[in-house]
Design a binder for this molecule. Structure first.
Ligand code: COA
Length: 282
């Protein structure tokens, strides 16, 4: 087990999958922590998220990765409290005076792609605003859990821009062409129940239950064979990235490949013997 990276703007916490059995690994909670700026994604956050992704990839104990936004700090005397946010977008202050070449370089190796390319399962835990680049971080995850105060939107159009972290591609794949067009062209936010109905959220929870429900889901997934999870994720991903004929071929090869894995023998034997599988991850 390696030490999780920590920075001023992103923290990584390890939650044991089973407190009694360290061999079952951990759920990593990666928290974006710039609450005074509604966790806006600046260059420093982006670098720290990429580092967190590298750590989560390299550390075999990490089974599932949850991305979250830090809650607001208590307001100073006489000041109004900041709202809760997952991430309220790319940091707009970093856009001033930036030309196309510079932004292209800056966005080339980005946090959205780092999250999207994680081979382990990922969950976005959205409590508050998930706007622009924040909505795109959530969409780069495999599953989205939201609280009643979750709000999604792609407001870039209001800045004379478009989504640049994969939003124009991932949003229509999640919610369909018409709803994606409405969000991207109109720039309006959708509330949590609309997000649920659209398929942008997998589950909508009460604020107080969001973390517990997210961890329940994460722990359930983390209890499966890490090897089979990786193969399953790659195959489902093929469904949205490749023609169906190719995806079916890849599924057939992957399915057969699992019959040569140790975890398949372990899983089948455990089922027949009514015991719990002790996965080895290969
Ligand atoms: N980039 C940089 N700073 C941001 C930000 C962003 N995307 N979103 C919020 N902030 C900052 C605000 O500038 C403000 O900072 P300050 O207190 O130092 O002035 C702080 O976060 C709180 O935001 P504020 O706008 O005062 O909160 P609000 O409750 O009035 O409004 C939002 C909340 C989310 C509606 C509003 O902040 C907003 O529209 N943010 C931008 C969303 C966006 O366009 N994202 C896409 C960017 S490409």
């Amino acid at each position: 087990m390696s030490k999780p990276p920590q920075s001023d703007v992103v923290s990584c916490e390890e939650i044991p999958v089973d407190a009694e059995n360290p061999g079952k690994g951990v759920v990593a909670i990666v928290t974006i922590a710039r609450p005074d700026k509604l966790n806006a994604l600046n260059s420093e956050v982006s670098q720290a998220l990429k580092e967190a992704c590298r750590w989560a990839t390299d550390d075999d104990d990490v089974r599932v990765i949850v991305f979250a936004g830090a809650p607001p700090n208590p307001p100073a005397e006489g000041e109004r409290a900041k709202p809760n946010a997952f991430i309220a977008g790319a940091d707009i202050s970093e856009f001033v005076g930036i030309d196309g070449n510079t932004i292209r370089q800056r966005f080339k190796s980005n946090a959205w792609e780092a999250i999207w390319h994680l081979e382990k399962p990922t969950i976005a835990m959205v409590d508050g605003f998930a706007l622009g680049g924040g909505c795109e971080v959530a969409m780069s995850c495999d599953i989205r859990m939201g609280s009643e105060r979750a709000k999604f939107g792609t407001p870039e159009i209001n800045l004379g821009l478009i989504p640049g972290g994969g939003g124009t591609q991932r949003l229509p794949r999640l919610v369909g062409y018409g709803r994606a067009m409405e969000m991207i062209l109109g720039g309006e936010m959708v509330d949590a129940s609309t997000a649920l109905e659209m398929g942008l959220l997998n589950h909508l929870c009460e604020v107080d239950e969001l973390e517990q429900k997210t961890l329940e889901l994460a722990r359930n997934i983390a209890g499966k064979s890490p090897h089979a999870l990786k193969v399953a994720k790659a195959c489902v991903r093929a469904a949205i990235e490749k023609p169906m004929r190719q995806g079916l071929e890849e599924e057939a090869i992957a399915f057969a490949g699992l019959f040569d894995s140790e975890d398949k023998e372990i899983g089948v034997k455990a089922f027949l013997e009514r015991t719990e599988a002790e996965w080895v991850g290969k």
